[in-house]
Design a protein around this ligand. Structure first.
Ligand code: SF4
Length: 237
């Protein structure tokens, strides 16, 4: 390799290394700020066992946790096991959850998910991503929440809100939630993942909402981007 080319390659490697270091430094600062603001992270979705946690996460798609909790507080005292929902049947489940968005689709998922849990898992929620993701209505995000909040296994559930904040904080290049999950897992220590998922959600709800801010207002952006003067653009998911 010619001398100039080697020097240029070396410079590039160092420059990329420097950028990565910057990203990690940012992640460290963000973690410190979030730990200070949210030292404890209670689970927002009310539940009484792993099955009701799974059901509530499924119900929370395109719906607020508050709305889900308002509905499930009248359901879970009586119905809290897969067999209860199989006995109820789809139509009755629909009636119980009808104030929640896309309730017919969700009732169908809850019914078939309950059936599958009884037929294949003895009525228990499986403790693996693979098995969870085979359940009707359960995607990677739902499985991640159940793994971390239900089983205490480190996972980083990334939804559109976390994706938005990670973009705003410059922790990901903003392609999609899959890429964001990879980037966040690379930048933060594994033991922090589960708590961080909730801390970012809390921060998003309290300070960093979908609209109205373009990176010039509060503590995290001011710390990570002290020289920023222009509004940032957010890429859509
Ligand atoms: S300054 Fe805006 S974009 Fe940055 S963390 Fe605060 S609310 Fe979010």
């Amino acid at each position: 390799m010619a001398y100039e080319q080697r020097t240029w390659t070396l410079f590039n490697a160092r420059f990329i290394g420097f950028l990565r270091m910057g990203e990690r430094e940012k992640a460290k600062k963000i973690l410190k700020i979030l730990n200070k603001i949210y030292p404890t992270t209670p689970i927002p979705l009310k539940h009484r066992n792993r099955f009701t946690l799974l059901t509530s996460v499924l119900l929370s798609a395109q719906c607020t946790d508050l709305n889900v909790n308002n509905v499930t507080k009248n359901i879970y005292p009586t119905y809290y096991r897969p067999e209860h929902f199989v006995q109820l049947g789809r139509k009755k489940i629909e009636k119980l959850i009808k104030s929640i968005g896309i309730f017919r689709v969700k009732a169908k998922s809850i019914y078939f998910m309950s059936k599958q849990l009884l037929e294949k898992h003895g009525g228990k929620v499986p403790k693996s991503f693979e098995e969870l993701e085979k359940l009707p209505g359960v995607g990677h995000k739902t499985a991640s929440v159940v793994m971390s909040q239900g089983f205490g296994i480190p996972a980083f559930a990334v939804d559109t809100h976390i994706h938005r904040l990670a973009q705003r904080w410059g922790l990901t290049n903003g392609k999609n939630v899959i890429q964001t999950e990879k980037d966040l897992k690379r930048l933060f220590p594994k033991k922090a993942w589960s708590k961080l998922h909730l801390q970012i959600i809390y921060y998003g709800r309290e300070f960093c909402k979908a609209r109205d801010c373009y990176g010039l207002t509060c503590k995290i952006c001011m710390t990570c981007y002290p020289n920023r003067t222009n509004p940032i653009k957010i890429k859509k998911v």
